[in-house]
Design a protein around this ligand. Structure first.
Ligand code: HEM
Length: 503
């Protein structure tokens, strides 16, 4: 062998040996905890158990059955703890005030949404949150009603055209997503939705949204898939990047329009998200790239989440006609049966829809749109009533998907039973056993907005259609474990116009 070839082989061998030695050292010095979890392999830990694609919620349910409410995993040498019991949920999210999201999740989301509330931590997160909180305050909800009503009408039109009088199943997520996007454009940006919604075919956008959840999951479990260059190599990756490029461009146009204004708009609109972040003349309260990324973040979080909840709610009502009838009886009581039955709802009318409210709550219990809340542990914390030490540097995943199905807090947990929420929950419940919008200072900034929008959309379509099942219960359960819960197969329902169904 030539001397240079020998040298090359030696260098490669020593480099590999060096990498293995470092990984081995990281592995043997990894933190240990007294928490049950699946057996590990040296160096990779439990990574191989998460390599299947897609990872669905069944996976964590199986682990939960085996290991209980507190489980430990190793992503390589990194310790990951999954928390289901409300006592521990309370300790992580409320008492210990863990506010930093973990790097696995934030770095997988960053290529798409950039520097916004979802990905930022520390003082930059605080500054963004302080600015954005008031723009979704409950006292502004009345201002959003018209935008929600228009979004609900759009959803109705789309369901009517997709389902051809009830002959074909309609893809609810796509229709609800675009309805929610239209509402967001008017309510938060104050711009004509047709100018802001990316000029792409709707089915492309909705496919991109579903694929992105799978992709984020892959990027979390396989860090080597995080490179943007790799993403561009696949048609799926290119479609997703194209969607975000369009969204960013649309948002930049909105910022430019607002910057071109010479004076403030009417008092009613001054606390809108865009008006808060950009002043007339173009002065911005954050660096302009962060304003853009925040608007993209909010557009994504405000639309996909509510569309997922509405899809699940309609599929569950189709599977439970007794509750669908109860909701419609309530709508008739509130809106009457006269010529203006289909009118836009007022805040007072919406507040009196208690059955519908319970249906939404029960939907979010069974299928919490955000199934896991990831946190970074920056100081040692004690869980399991002080019996288990979780060391600094670990990642903790609070899992509402598991918490909401614990039988001691929700008897017969797999039953869709909105009456659990109808009379107010009984005294047995734990304050942290139900957390669809998270808890603590990093909870959902748009929770009030979301609750009202979902109610308006559902009140609009339930007065126009009878829903019959297409997706089965098993289809609803077959959902991707990602940032938001997405069924592997799109949710479909048959929508029969009410005059035709004779009801
Ligand atoms: C059914 C609808 C929704 C559900 C179930 C939901 C749920 C959640 C949850 C559980 C969190 C906390 C995540 C964590 O603790 O790590 C969260 C955060 C967030 N949500 Fe929502 N959300 C919904 C709708 C919305 C809407 C409509 C908006 C915007 C208008 C929004 C914007 C956000 C943002 C920006 C965050 C990050 C907050 C932060 O890190 O400070 N969400 N959401």
């Amino acid at each position: 062998m030539a001397w240079w070839a020998w040298l090359l082989v030696q260098s490669v061998v020593w480099c590999c040996a060096g990498v293995v030695a470092v990984l081995w050292w990281l592995w043997i010095t990894k933190p240990h905890v007294d928490i049950p979890g699946p057996p590990t392999l040296p160096i990779v830990g439990n990574v191989l158990q998460f390599l299947e694609h897609p990872i669905t919620v069944h996976k964590i349910r199986d682990f939960h059955r085996q290991y209980g409410d507190l489980m430990r995993f190793y992503a390589g040498p990194k310790l990951v703890i999954m928390v289901a019991h409300p006592d521990d949920v309370q300790h992580v999210l409320v008492t210990s005030r863990l506010v930093e999201r973990d790097p696995l999740t934030t770095s997988a989301m960053w290529p798409f949404v950039g520097d916004g509330l979802l990905t930022l931590n520390d003082s930059r997160w605080k500054a963004h949150r302080k600015l954005i909180n008031p723009t979704f305050h409950s006292e502004l909800l009345g201002n959003f009603l018209e935008a929600f009503h228009e979004g609900g009408l759009y959803l109705s039109e789309r369901l009517a055209s997709d389902s051809a009088g009830g002959a074909a199943p309609a893809d609810v997520h796509t229709a609800a997503f675009f309805g929610a996007m239209r509402s967001f454009c008017s309510a938060a940006i104050g711009a004509d939705p047709n100018r802001l919604i990316p000029d792409l075919p709707e089915h492309e956008v909705s496919k991109a949204m579903r694929r992105i959840m799978g992709l984020i999951q892959t990027m979390m479990v396989r860090p080597w898939r995080r490179s943007l260059s790799l993403l561009r190599l696949t048609s799926e990756g290119r479609a997703i990047l194209m969607y975000y490029a369009h969204l960013r461009k649309s948002v930049e146009e909105a910022i430019a329009l607002r910057s071109a204004a010479t004076e403030e708009g009417p008092a009613k609109t001054r606390r809108r998200l865009l008006e808060t972040l950009v002043k007339p003349g173009g002065e911005t309260v954050l660096p302009v790239s962060e304003v853009r990324d925040e608007l993209v973040t909010m557009a994504v979080t405000a639309t996909d989440t509510t569309a997922v909840c509405i899809s699940y709610a309609l599929a569950l009502l189709a599977l439970h006609p007794d509750w669908q009838d109860a909701a419609r009886r309530e709508l008739k009581d509130v809106f009457g049966e006269g010529g203006d039955y289909l009118r836009a709802p007022s805040l007072a009318e919406l507040a009196s829809l208690r059955v519908l409210e319970s249906i939404i709550k029960e939907t979010l219990r069974l299928f919490p749109v955000v199934p896991m809340l990831p946190r970074m542990v920056r100081e040692d914390i004690w869980l399991s009533k002080g019996k288990v030490l979780v060391p600094k540097g670990a990642m903790v995943y609070v899992t509402p998907f598991l918490t909401h199905r614990l039988p001691q807090f929700f008897p017969d947990p797999l039953k869709f039973d909105p009456s659990r929420f109808l009379e107010g929950r009984s005294g047995e419940e734990h304050p942290c056993s139900y957390l669809p919008f998270g808890l603590g200072s990093r909870n959902c900034v748009g929770s009030q907005y979301a609750r009202l929008e979902i109610k308006v959309f559902l009140a609009t379509v339930l007065r126009r259609f009878r829903f019959l099942p297409h997706s089965r219960w098993e289809d609803l359960e077959h959902a991707l474990l990602s940032i938001t819960l997405h069924t592997v197969k799109p949710i479909g329902v048959y929508c029969v116009p009410l005059q035709e169904s004779g009801l």
